[in-house]
Design a binder for this molecule. Structure first.
Ligand code: B12
Length: 478
């Protein structure tokens, strides 16, 4: 039996295919292949860089689907299904929007694969796939399951090993797909299994792809103490409340942490309160958010710098208390603090989140509330009507933030921080290598269309039309 694993691309540039220069190993497909019985021939194709050989014989196609890749995933699935090959989809999108995915797949898996994938494979062998499999959430890769990293070879991924320490996050930010998927829970792997996985691969640079590496401070500390002797360097994603815990900060440094993606989201405490960004309130010693967000961030950023951490500051723009002026302030704040990288994400309504439900009830969703499938939706465009600006103005303001951030002058200016980027050759190399690359990627991706074809594949993709009228309200055409 052969299983073909597929990582779909987001879409295409206006006149050519889009090749993701910063592509990373598709860890979920490596884990799935690692869970697959050894007698099965596993193939992996990454639509971000290579053609998918639709006509090669295969018995099952397994596609990982995120909201940004859903449209393309459905196109790929249709090609295989036209050839009579069954398709199973799993990942965030099938979990959050199962009914939509079921229209394009023979079977879907919701939740984690670890405790259900063997059933799917056994049913596929017998030609008796069920429509829906519910994977229980729990300890990731339990029993020491190793991802099949051999399948990643030769595909030009960035030279950094992706790995999990934990999954999920205890916070409940209202826009986040993670808190819905994991229901605000966090699952930690056994320390010795992670250490064995590190030893089992040959890189010294690891990206722990955790949703919040520091969701559970005590578990993280216990792991980091054991990680210190391995002398690796690592990056991850974590929440700002880490700066309240001096022991944790020390362990981050001692264990080789170079920096984390941190969700600052907004400088406005009323926005933070509305979106329920719990960890950012906790950076205040008094835990009273409603004064000046800037004060809290100043202290936290100083602590990060004092530990030489190169922060990837992530912002979501378009909250109800945002104005064009506050977005400009956000841009100034990030440049002023010389963060290593910054993500100026337009706030996106992900289906099944409280934020999506609120916008829906207020009639503020654009693209008929289905932006990820809409033929006109473009990457980094606003998909809802903000309170204090038009959707177009929000799109433009976010693009301006990216333009300012990625300009050669900004990259040069931000480099001059002796506490972070200039504190060691490794840090400077990371700064200089990745800043120009992310700048190119930001330019390429801005305004990119989703999927490769403008027409819906078959008649199954629900394409709807929309217009934004002068008062920035939405009217839908049937
Ligand atoms: C690492 C990461 C990245 C990396 C890229 C990784 C890569 N290989 O290319 C970077 C930082 C570059 C990135 C970029 C983006 N990301 Co990202 N990313 C993640 C993150 C944190 C971890 C992914 C991962 O490897 N997890 C480890 C694996 C093992 O877990 P998993 O993917 O969940 O898979 C398990 C199950 O879901 C299931 N499963 C998954 N696929 C399949 C398939 C089948 C067939 C089956 C049976 C089961 C199954 O089984 C697996 C094992 O249990 C996730 C959050 C998350 N928890 O997944 C966000 C996440 C996937 N990203 C997200 C987004 C939005 C983005 C961006 C669009 C952000 C932006 N605005 O630019 C971009 C572009 C994404 C793209 N497709 O190109 C969203 C997607 C939202 C959604 N509703 O779909 C997520 C969920 C984060 C979030 N907070 O919402 N990302």
């Amino acid at each position: 039996m052969r299983i073909t694993f597929i990582k779909p691309n987001i879409g295409r540039l206006e006149h050519s295919l889009y090749v993701d220069e910063g592509r990373m190993e598709p860890l979920q497909l490596g884990v799935l292949a690692g869970l697959t019985p050894a007698d099965i021939d596993c193939r992996l194709y990454d639509d971000r860089i290579e053609r998918i050989p639709y006509d090669d014989p295969t018995d099952l196609v397994a596609i990982t689907v995120e909201i940004y890749t859903a449209r393309r995933a459905y196109e790929i699935a249709e090609e295989f299904r036209l050839r009579g090959v069954p398709v199973v989809m799993g990942g965030f999108h099938p979990t959050l929007v199962p009914d939509e995915c079921l229209q394009h797949a023979d079977a879907i898996v919701t939740g984690d694969a670890e405790r259900i994938w063997h059933r799917v494979v056994a049913d596929a062998r017998r030609g008796q796939l069920r429509r829906t499999y519910r994977g229980d959430l729990g300890e990731p890769q339990a029993g020491g399951v190793l991802p099949r990293r051999d399948l990643f070879r030769g595909k030009g991924y960035l030279p950094i090993t992706l790995m999990q320490f934990s999954r999920g996050c205890r916070f409940s930010c209202d826009f986040c797909a993670i808190s819905v998927f994991f229901n605000r829970r966090n699952f930690v792997r056994r320390t010795h299994e992670v250490l064995e996985e590190i030893a089992n691969q040959n890189r010294k640079l690891v990206f722990f792809v955790d949703d919040n590496f520091l969701s559970n401070h005590e578990a993280a500390k216990a792991f980091l103490r054991e990680l210190v002797p391995l002398r690796i360097r690592w990056v991850s994603q974590a929440s700002l409340d880490m700066t309240n815990d001096p022991e944790l900060m020390r362990l981050l440094v001692d264990s080789g942490c170079l920096g984390n993606v941190i969700g600052f989201e907004s400088l406005n405490p009323y926005n933070l309160q509305q979106m329920k960004k719990g960890p950012n309130f906790l950076v205040s010693s008094k835990r009273k958010p409603l004064r000046d967000g800037w004060d809290y961030y100043e202290r936290a950023v100083q602590i990060l710098r004092d530990h030489h951490l190169q922060t990837w500051a992530a912002f979501t723009l378009g909250h109800d208390h945002d104005t064009l002026a506050s977005i400009r302030e956000t841009s100034d704040f990030a440049v002023h603090h010389k963060f290593c990288f910054a993500a100026y994400n337009i706030l996106m309504p992900y289906p099944n989140t409280p934020f999506y439900a609120r916008l829906q009830s207020e009639g503020r969703l654009l693209y008929d509330g289905c932006w990820w499938l809409h033929p006109d939706y473009r990457f980094n465009y606003a998909a809802f009507v903000p309170r204090h600006m038009t959707p177009e103005a929000l799109t433009e303001a976010c693009w301006q933030c990216r333009r300012v951030w990625n300009s050669p002058a900004s990259i040069f200016k931000r480099m001059w921080d002796f506490k972070t980027h200039l504190s060691s050759p490794v840090r400077l190399a990371a700064y200089l290598q990745y800043n120009p690359m992310y700048a190119r990627e930001a330019r390429k991706k801005q305004g990119m269309l989703f999927g490769l074809f403008r027409r819906a594949p078959g008649s199954r993709v629900p394409v709807r039309s929309f217009t934004v009228v002068d008062d920035a309200r939405v009217s839908s055409r049937p």
